[in-house]
Design a protein around this ligand. Structure first.
Ligand code: RP5
Length: 167
């Protein structure tokens, strides 16, 4: 198996239905990744241990998704100079506004590149775009997938078109 270059972390198993999208996006572009559940609050030591050795194992980018008082991405970013992409997960009480603000409002000095609420797919694509800066073959795969995406955007009427109408 290829050495993972992207680490996908999430605060809880309940985040997985969203965070799976990051892995799917990377997988479709043949970018090797690894995924773990660990929480800035509930398993702080696990997060610290992961962050400490990630770079040495060849990880180049970390994606961190969490909901509520979402500190995971910030805590990860505090422990490494690897780029960290944050995914605020939609929460029950505040619909993800808590997660978004907790992730995006990093004080100057420790950046977290924050995606939209539940924006895990874009997190995967952003990681791929960063890696593509120094990987020509990945850059070509990314361009091809953009072209395919564009070709798939077409008007598909869900209601009968009025007579004489064109689409
Ligand atoms: C956060 O709390 C997790 O990232 C998750 O989004 C949220 C709720 O976790 P569970 O109570 O579902 O485990 O730490």
């Amino acid at each position: 198996m290829e050495q993972p270059v992207v680490g996908i972390l999430m605060g809880s198993n309940s985040d997985y239905p969203v965070m799976i999208q990051a892995g799917r996006a990377l997988g479709l572009l043949d970018v090797p990744f690894e995924e773990f559940v660990m929480s800035a609050h509930r398993t702080r030591e696990r997060v610290e241990a992961y962050v400490k050795e990630a770079e040495g194992r060849g990880i180049k980018i970390i994606i961190a998704g969490a909901g509520g008082a979402a500190h995971l991405a910030g805590v990860v970013a505090a422990g490494t100079t690897l780029p960290v992409i944050g995914v605020p997960i939609e929460s029950k009480a505040l619909k993800g506004m808590d997660s978004l603000l907790s992730t995006v409002q990093m004080p100057p000095g420790i950046p977290v590149a924050t995606m939209a609420i539940d924006g895990a797919k874009n997190a995967g694509l952003m990681a791929a775009a960063m890696l593509a800066l120094s990987d020509e073959s990945l850059r070509e795969r990314l361009k091809k997938s953009r072209k395919e995406q564009s070709a798939g955007i077409q008007f598909k009427p869900s209601l009968p078109t009025p007579q004489g109408g064109t689409s």
